[in-house]
Design a binder for this molecule. Structure first.
Ligand code: SF4
Length: 259
């Protein structure tokens, strides 16, 4: 598959269905994905087994100067942005200076684009670190992945490369008490390595709804496959079906949108 790896620290702005005009910040190396998960649907391709922790990384100063340069350029050109978004080649919270970078970006946002939101797309596997939780609380959109609430499906879809269970992740999300947390869930079905995968079954969705009641997120983003996936044999869930799931979320009093 064609892997979508970003070769720069700052990229875009790109038009995002969920975040509007989004200026991306990639804290991870440009030549490979670094992540604690190895999701079957990851747009960056498979995670190398040794790439679940960050060894080499962009320095704090380099991240900040690249971002300030681009924010200055956009502001001089009178180009608007809606979001400064931590995304890119893997899990951004693995960067050792994640909190310091978020703090500095809050200052730069105020200077150049006070209306823009700061968003983070995270798989929630590092919430055991107090510095990550503090940083996420400072952002406007801490968007955490929760594709399933059952261990079996977690192993099949997210394929963790570190010793963590989905029940621990769910406990960490609740304990982190991020009042404005947003949950994002990828729904899919199909098979991989001849094992069937489906997180849209009645049982799966019921478990997930119960967890949402405990987490009480500010909102839920529901989506399905959009691009080629590293695992073959996966199927996209239709927007109509995603809408039905979103309706169930709204029925328990939580805002939800299907994309
Ligand atoms: S958590 Fe995100 S970056 Fe990591 S493997 Fe999954 S989709 Fe890719």
């Amino acid at each position: 598959m064609a892997c979508l790896l970003f070769d720069k620290i700052v990229f875009g702005p790109l038009k995002s269905r969920r975040l509007g005009k989004s200026l991306g910040v990639n804290l991870l190396p440009s030549n490979k994905k670094i992540c604690t998960f190895n999701c079957v649907y990851c747009e960056c391709g498979w995670t190398h087994p040794n790439a679940s922790s960050l060894q080499a990384h962009y320095k704090f100063e380099d991240v900040i100067s690249a971002l300030e340069f681009r924010l200055h350029e956009l502001s001089v050109n009178k180009e608007e942005i809606d979001s400064i978004t931590f995304a890119g080649n893997g899990e951004p919270t693995l960067h050792p200076d994640f909190e310091a970078i978020v703090n500095k970006i809050c200052v730069l946002r105020k200077k150049y684009f006070p209306e823009a939101k700061i968003s983070v797309l995270s798989n929630a596997s590092t919430l055991d670190k107090p510095s990550v939780v503090r940083a996420l609380k400072r952002t406007d959109n801490p968007i955490l992945k929760l594709d399933t609430c059952s261990e079996e499906i977690f192993e099949l879809i997210n394929k963790p490369l570190v010793n963590i269970s989905i029940s621990q992740i769910m406990k960490n999300i609740i304990a982190s008490d991020i009042s404005h947390v947003v949950i994002q869930t990828m729904f899919l079905r199909g098979s991989y390595n001849q094992i069937s995968i489906d997180n849209t079954t009645e049982k799966e969705v019921a478990l997930w709804l119960n967890m949402l009641l405990l987490i009480q997120p500010r909102s839920v983003m529901i989506y399905s496959l959009d691009r080629e996936t590293p695992a073959h044999g996966l199927k996209k869930v239709s927007l109509e079906e995603l809408e039905l799931i979103a309706k169930k979320v709204r029925a328990i009093g939580i805002d939800a949108k299907a994309y």
